[in-house]
Structure formats: C-alpha cells, structure tokens
Design a protein around this ligand. Structure first.
Ligand code: HEM
Length: 150
C-alpha cells in the first residue's frame, strides 16, 4: 500500500506530512489546555490573574486547537479516501479513538468557557487526571498507525 496509487497520487507524502504537522499542533494545544485550567483553578474569579487565563485559553482555542483539529480531520479523511477502509483494522480502531478524542476536545473547550464565566465545575484532582488523556491517545494512535498491529 504505497498510497501513490490512490487519488492523491504523487501528492500522497506531502498530504501525509501536512497531516502530521497539524496533528502536532493539535496535540500540543491539547496538552496545554487542561494544564492551563489546573493553574487557572488557583485564580479567584474576577481577579486580574483570572482575566489573564481567560484570555490565554480563548487564544489557544481560537488560534491553535480548533483550526488544527479541523485540519487534522479534513486531511485525515482525504488520507482515508486514499487508502480505503477495507481490511484496515488499525484504521477502524484509530478512527474510533480520534472520534472519542474529538469529544474530549469539545469537553475541554466547554470547560474553559465555564471557567471564563467564573465556574469551577471540576476538582483540581479531576483536572490533573483529565490532563493525562492526550498522552494516552498519542501512545495508542501512534502505535496503531506505525505498527499497524491488525
Ligand atoms: C482526527 C482524525 C484522523 C484521521 C481521519 C486520520 C487518518 C489517517 C490516515 C488515513 C493516515 C494514512 C495512513 C497511510 O496512508 O499509511 C494517517 C496517517 C497518520 N496519522 Fe492520522 N488520522 C487522524 C488523526 C490523527 C491523530 C490524532 C494522530 C496522532 C495523535 C495521527 C497520527 C498519524 C500518523 C503518525 C500517521 C503517519 C503514519 C505513517 O507514516 O504510516 N492521526 N492518518
């Protein structure tokens, strides 16, 4: 399966490179956001420090994680159309994992907007646990796409 035979033709490797570039931006932002919220927890609602974190989280959403997630999905689906789904067990599991991770993205975005309204709906411990999810997803997805175990 070279991919050069698919509809992407000679652009295949350039498209895969673009996929990885946006994957790195997305994952970097998703490592940062829950960490920002852990630090934001200590800032009293309405304080100057609270306002700083609200601004940092808003820019992280608008400039990095939301555009990067959209780009990863669009380019990723183009790559799916290039290699097809039949007999690609690793890709089926990968799509399920990244679909669930996109749900986590939505949850974190919603949480940061609640923080901006002065709410603190989760404990610091729960936030620190949630912060581990992007690492787990990275380990699972990279093993799936590189080793293609099934
Ligand atoms: C969000 C939706 C995503 C879709 C639809 C998707 C789909 C794909 C497809 C079809 C390929 C090409 C496989 C090939 O031609 O060999 C690919 C490559 C790759 N993807 Fe994704 N992907 C997504 C997200 C991610 C994420 C979140 C990560 C990492 C955390 C990731 C990491 C990779 C890597 C490392 C490769 C290169 C594999 C290789 O060189 O063989 N992808 N992706």
């Amino acid at each position: 399966m070279t991919g050069a035979v698919g509809w992407l033709g000679d652009a295949y490797l350039w498209v895969k490179a673009a996929h990885l570039i946006f994957v790195i931006f997305w994952m970097a932002g998703m490592f940062m956001l829950p960490r920002f919220l852990v630090y934001h927890m200590a800032a009293p609602a309405g304080s100057a420090e609270d306002a700083l974190w609200i601004d940092r989280e808003a820019r992280l959403r608008r400039i990095i994680i939301n555009p990067a997630m959209i780009a990863v999905w669009l380019i990723g689906l183009a790559l799916v159309a290039n290699i097809g789904l039949a007999g690609q067990g690793w890709l089926h599991v990968k799509l399920a994992v990244v679909f669930a991770f996109s749900g986590y993205h939505g949850w974190m975005v919603g949480l940061s907007k609640k923080f901006a309204r002065g709410e603190r709906p989760l404990s610091e411990r729960a936030l620190r646990l949630a912060n581990e999810i992007p690492s787990l997803v990275t380990i699972v997805v990279v093993i799936l796409v590189i080793a293609k175990p099934f």
